[in-house]
Design a protein. Structure first.
Lengths: 290, 255, 255
């Protein structure tokens, strides 16, 4: 059952000449994890904003085509009606902190206060969400005293507590160090395992390969390729069009040319690479003996 | 009318205002650090006026002033001045002053006129004479011109140059800034006199007293400072905001 | 400025404290006696500060803020008072008794306003104040702006410093003659403001995505304890405030 459906969507920001999204047709089913990859400027962020309804309501500009989430169309409804179906997170966690609250607990409750949830229910939902994302120990800290990874997890929790139907994430780990990245992906994995529909725009293809059910490759505002992560992320089409691919893929591609990679499918992750190379290279045991 | 006011306070505006107030303070401290002879502590306020409108600008000014008051309580009675600056910035924005490019000659003229009037003002005060009854007379304009012709010519040229280099094509913004600064100086004078001078109707007039005690020189410098720093400062502030808005990518300009 | 303490004063409803602060200030400024200011500070504000367990930081803040004010007020008033009895003269400079007296009296009032405000700020959490104001009918947008400003402003200084340092490391000169220093202005201010505008856009989207400004009936996580006694006290304080204004007007008319 398609919970997100974009039909022939073309969008141009105000005061610009060329459309940033061209003729996008995309369907996402409930519970699916779809990753959107593409070089900078391909339109990933715009696509995220479009699914979340901020294009066109917040950004104005010209939108043609239809965007439907959970059966409601974005152009014919107001932003306020729309937003509660979608949870949106982006790169900079600092910019997602409301600024109006002194503790993490209150920050997470902020959204629930805005929509008028009764106090008892509010507390229950906040505590449940914090437990789910593993940040209960941060409850009394000031949001501004946290690390990037912690702030992003707080941001995600603040969104999840609103119980959205779809989670849209625009490169949530771009500004994180490796620890923060791992923490954030941990939360995303938990959400996905709990059946949340996730749309993730991401550069880090190794992570994408681990989680995504489907990968959409966006290039200059159009969908270049769509399908199984393994196929899409190792395809020549991506490499020829300036997409960032995993170093394991590029290594294996070179190795293939020299006959050192025997499998059909190129690897995306380290584990795939190890598995593949184990077929051709002698594998010393870990003490270095052959 | 209330609808118009409400429209100015979109979520974007509400989020902008605290940041604009922080910008006021940050830039105000930056110029101190760079040891520049200006205040430039209302750039955030002008920015809000320019982007969001007069009412938002006014609120920003008033709030910024009250926050500034936590550090320097002397500032608090002047909250209405800061509000007016934001208000005028908003009106300037509605007139497109921050979007249009003015011809360079306009900036030259604005600069020249400003420095010229300033010079005239200062010279008038420093050459004022007080007789024994306390009556002050100011020299006639013709007298000033004939005595200080060279200074006036230099003033016009310097003013033109300042206008050319500092304002460049931001002449419209510059004019609005100048006007705002003058208005600000005028409306802050009564409060300044009351708060710092203690004019209370108890039979003293600080200005007259100071004037008499000093033979006119202190007054000239006090009034001159108020008259100089505000208009020039606001002219510059409006120009900086014009520069900022010009550098914005088109996407951000749609309100 | 808030100092967290376990005290009876802290537990009072924010509006009760606001009403108290208002009543004190109005009474101090409006009642006829010249020494009301000092009286109220010593007999009401100081005991309250003790009750709130913030006496030491309170006194420190009060001292820091009022000392420069007191000094300049004293100097200006005693030196520039018109005709009067001379207390002390040092050559051309003479301190007049009336001026010094006037400064003393004014200082009492100023001290009251400062002490009142400082105590209020130290014992009231801004966000609980905003919540109670919202419950009393104030626009929630205003509450958002005020609390956010208080959180954001302190953190903003870092942003400016960071940009200053990174531009410096790229070769920007910030010392030297005035032209050099002035030219350093734009490369610091432009990124600062442009970056802030991006922050504004993203934050506006983020909070709107969480239902902010959505015209729905809002609820509050924090429950602010209130009692009937406090409610009555607030009403009594407002009444007292109005009465003192009336008393002053009456006194004025009768004299």
């Amino acid at each position: 059952m398609a919970i997100v459906e974009l039909k022939n969507v073309t969008y141009k920001y105000p005061l610009t000449d060329s459309p940033i999204l061209q003729n996008i047709n995309l369907q996402v089913n409930e519970g699916e994890f779809v990753a959107v990859v593409g070089p900078n400027g391909a339109g990933k962020s715009t696509l995220c904003y479009t699914i979340a309804g901020f294009v066109p309501h917040f950004f104005k500009g010209e939108l043609t085509g239809t965007v439907e989430v959970a059966g409601i169309e974005s152009q014919t409804s107001t932003l306020n009606e729309w937003v509660l179906n979608i949870g949106l997170a982006f790169q900079n966690p600092f910019n997602q902190i409301s600024g109006a609250k002194y503790t993490v607990y209150e920050e997470i409750a902020f959204g629930l206060e805005n929509i008028g949830v009764p106090r008892e229910e509010m507390k229950a939902r906040v505590e449940e969400a914090m437990k789910l994302t593993g940040i209960s120990d941060l409850a009394d800290r000031s949001p501004y005293s946290l690390s990037g990874g912690q702030q992003q997890r707080v941001a995600l929790t603040s969104i999840l507590v609103m119980q959205p139907k779809v989670l849209v994430l625009d490169e949530p780990t771009s500004q994180m160090d490796p620890i923060g990245t791992r923490e954030v992906f941990g939360v995303i994995r938990t959400m996905a395992e709990n059946g949340m529909t996730v749309i993730l725009a991401e550069h880090k293809v190794e992570w994408v390969a681990q989680f995504a059910d489907r990968v959409v490759a966006l290039h200059e505002g159009q969908i270049l390729l769509e399908g199984n992560p393994q196929e899409v992320l190792t395809s020549d089409l991506l490499m020829d069009n300036g997409f960032g691919i995993s170093r394991y893929t590029s290594t294996a591609r070179e190795a293939k040319k020299q006959g050192l990679w025997k499998k059909d499918m190129l690897p995306v992750t380290l584990d795939d690479a190890v598995e593949g190379f184990a077929l051709t290279l002698p594998s010393p045991d870990w003490r270095g003996k052959k | 009318m209330f609808d118009n006011i409400k429209k100015e306070f979109s979520t974007r505006t509400l989020v902008l205002i605290p940041i604009a107030i922080a910008i006021n303070i940050a830039i105000g401290e930056l110029v101190v650090r760079l040891k520049l002879p200006v205040y430039l502590d209302s750039i955030g306020t002008v920015l809000v006026g320019a982007i969001a409108g007069p009412w938002a600008g006014a609120l920003t000014g008033a709030l910024a002033n009250l926050i500034w008051g936590l550090i320097n309580p002397f500032a608090v009675p002047f909250f209405y001045v800061a509000a007016v600056i934001g208000l005028l910035a908003g009106l300037a924005g509605k007139q497109g002053a921050f979007e249009k490019e003015s011809p360079q000659w306009l900036s030259v003229v604005v600069g020249a006129v400003f420095v010229f009037s300033l010079t005239m003002f200062i010279l008038a005060f420093t050459n004022a004479t007080t007789d024994d009854t306390g009556f002050t007379s100011y020299p006639a304009m013709s007298e000033l011109f004939s005595n200080y012709a060279v200074i006036f010519i230099v003033a016009i040229l310097a003013g033109g140059a300042i206008g050319y280099f500092l304002l460049q094509k931001g002449g419209y913004a510059g004019i609005w800034g100048l006007v705002t600064g003058i208005v600000a100086a005028i409306i802050s004078a009564p409060t300044a006199a009351y708060v710092f001078g203690g004019v209370t109707g108890a039979g003293t007039d600080l200005l007259v007293a100071a004037f008499r005690a000093s033979g006119g020189n202190i007054l000239a410098s006090v009034m001159a400072q108020g008259a100089v720093s505000d208009p020039f400062d606001k002219m510059l502030s409006f120009m900086v905001v014009w520069l900022i808005l010009r550098s914005l990518p088109a996407r951000y300009k749609a309100r | 400025m808030y100092e967290a303490r376990e005290s009876g004063l802290h537990l009072l409803h924010p509006l009760t404290k606001a009403a108290l602060a208002l009543c004190l200030v109005v009474a101090g400024l409006v009642l006829p006696s010249r020494w009301t200011g000092y009286f109220l500070v010593l007999c009401v504000v100081f005991p309250l500060a003790l009750w709130g367990k913030v006496f030491t930081p309170f006194l420190r803040s009060l001292w820091k803020v009022s000392l420069p004010l007191a000094l300049s007020l004293f100097l200006i008033q005693s030196l520039f008072w018109g005709e009067g009895e001379i207390l002390l003269s040092m050559g051309p400079i003479a301190f007049k008794k009336e001026g010094a007296l006037f400064a003393l009296v004014s200082m009492g009032r100023i001290l009251l306003v400062m002490a009142d405000f400082i105590l209020f700020a130290m014992t009231t959490r801004p966000d609980t104040l905003m919540i109670s104001m919202k419950q009393a009918g104030a626009p929630s947008g205003l509450a958002y702006i005020i609390v956010t400003t208080l959180q954001i402003v302190p953190r903003f200084q870092n942003k400016a410093s960071t940009i200053l340092d990174s531009q410096r490391s790229r070769g920007l000169e910030t010392e030297g003659n005035i032209f050099v220093r002035a030219r350093a202005f734009a490369p610091i201010v432009l990124p600062l403001v442009l970056g802030s505008l991006i922050e504004v856009e993203e934050r506006a989207i983020a909070i709107q995505a969480r239902g902010f400004n959505s015209n729905k009936e809002e609820t509050s996580l924090i429950e602010i304890p209130d009692t009937k006694t406090q409610r009555l006290t607030r009403q009594a304080l407002i009444l007292a405030t109005i009465l003192s204004i009336v008393a002053r007007i009456a006194w004025q008319l009768l004299n």
